[in-house]
Design a protein around this ligand. Structure first.
Ligand code: RB5
Length: 149
């Protein structure tokens, strides 16, 4: 991830606290982000933030996204409804690395009630710092995701 790129970040109430931790970490790293909410632990719908972050990536405003809800499931399902979005729900660094290398995932999803902040920032770093492999078989498979064969 280069310093010029913009990260879209969003969460519902279940991911709010982890989102704030991750923002502090991105700031320490000198990485730019745009926060699409939510702004508190007041109950809200994960669909709002999943859609906002997906649209920010598809429009080109942001290059990568981070989405967090209680489990990471609802918000990743929402984002993945948008063709061109590849949101990967990760709770470990191995998956975060593999989904960049193999799937060219453009959104990292996590569960605020699943991973603690220490692990979460390592997952974020792995995701942001791992490039797509650019190997032919992975390029082909990523292309096939959005194709009706
Ligand atoms: C909210 O309670 C919770 O359902 C939400 O954060 C998420 O886990 C949904 O998948």
């Amino acid at each position: 991830m280069s310093a010029k790129e913009l990260i879209a970040i969003g969460s519902d109430h279940g991911g709010f606290e982890l989102k704030e931790e991750i923002k502090k970490h991105l700031e320490k790293r000198g990485l730019e982000y745009k926060d699409f909410g939510t702004d508190s632990t007041e109950a809200t719908d994960y669909t709002i933030y999943g859609k906002k972050v997906a649209k920010a990536i598809l429009s080109g405003e942001c290059q990568k996204g981070i989405l967090i809800c209680g489990t990471g499931i609802g918000i990743s399902i929402t984002a993945n409804r948008f063709p061109g979005i590849r949101a990967a729900l990760c709770s470990d660094c191995f998956s975060a690395e593999a989904t960049r290398l193999h799937n060219d995932a453009n959104i990292l999803a996590m569960g605020g009630r699943v991973v603690g902040p220490g692990l979460a920032v390592k997952i974020v770093d792995t995701f942001l710092d791992t490039p797509f492999s650019n190997e032919e078989r992975h390029i082909r498979r990523v292309r096939l995701i959005d194709e009706d064969e």
